[in-house]
Design a protein around this ligand. Sequence first.
Ligand code: TXA
Ligand code: MG
Length: 352
Amino acid sequence: MKKTTILTVNSIEPEQEIIDQAASLIQNGQVVAFPTETVYGLGANAFDSDAVEKIFIAKGRPSNDPLIVHLADAMDLKKVAIQIPEMVVKLGEKFWPGPLTLVVPKARSIPSNVTAGLDTVAVRVPNHPVALALIRTSQTPIAAPSANKFSGVSPTNAQHVYQDLKNRISLILDGGSTSIGVESTVLDCTCWPPQVLRPGGISLEDLRAFLGDVGIYENSDNENKVVLSPGMLDKHYSPKARLYYFLSTDPNNYQTFFVNSIEKELKASQKIGVLTIQEDKDWFNQHYPDIELIILGERANLNQIASNLYAGLRVLDEKNVDCIFIHDFGTQGVGLAIRDRLIRAASQVIEI
Ligand code: TXA
Ligand code: MG
């Protein structure tokens, strides 16, 4: 068992001596957790398959789930990818550093456990000074999934990483809370039109405005149609409590449905948590003063809601609620990513 150290690092101007410590672990084939602008990552030298193996072990992640390779500079793309389409160069110029991951044909330099045996590799340049300094100082691309236990809620601060991975990794760089709070958008660039495999921090609208045509992979196509057969859903991003996700085409009409379900759970003596918007705070406090209420942000500020979502789920788990209620936030901007995560995280999706 390893003792996990947490080192606080300045998230705007990271102290080089701290980055040096982390980079020397990376160079020695160890794993390090570090902040990005989306969520915390658990990184290892992307060229070292033994080091990469340690990521899978620490997370309990199955080996068929490929990792994202993080670069400090788009110029390094050719070290990890081949046959790079012109579209990828343009996307990199426009959106990197940033929360966009591009899937491209992989170079032989990337070991097969990084890509779970696929002949493509997912690559991004993160927009976070600590992540960039770590990659630069390590002098190698860093393969990193989110730094949580497999299938759990992704970490948006160093404490989240510690709760999940303590004594399984030796170092966490603590650069404070992440700003975006949901993972990067994953875009498959090996086809035309490119396909969004996972909605995330860069919106579908922005990608379409830039590229003209962008598809969305069927399993994440929650844009116009809703796939609701919970048994068949890919369970991911889940809190311990039962999560009830109220999906309505009219974001204003969920309250009556909340009430029915809250009453039912209260009768069964269940402890309830609710994640909702600022505008509903007074109503909940008045009608249900005993439930655990977390305000994610204002209705119109989806970015704020996204950045507080995972921390909110974790807080409610810590308070040992039996069930959590949350409603939909629409599909505009980062709303699509929120919907994708909630569908995967939910024990039950309730269509209203
Ligand atoms: O924001 C993020 O993307 C964070 C930070 C740490 O960068 N990382 C992250 O990694 O969310 P992870 O491992 O939790 O999710 C990676 C996603 C998975 O859905 C995986 O299936 C997809 O990227 N992916 C990786 N390589 C791929 C490939 N070659 N083809 C298709 N999908 C791939
Ligand atoms: Mg993940």
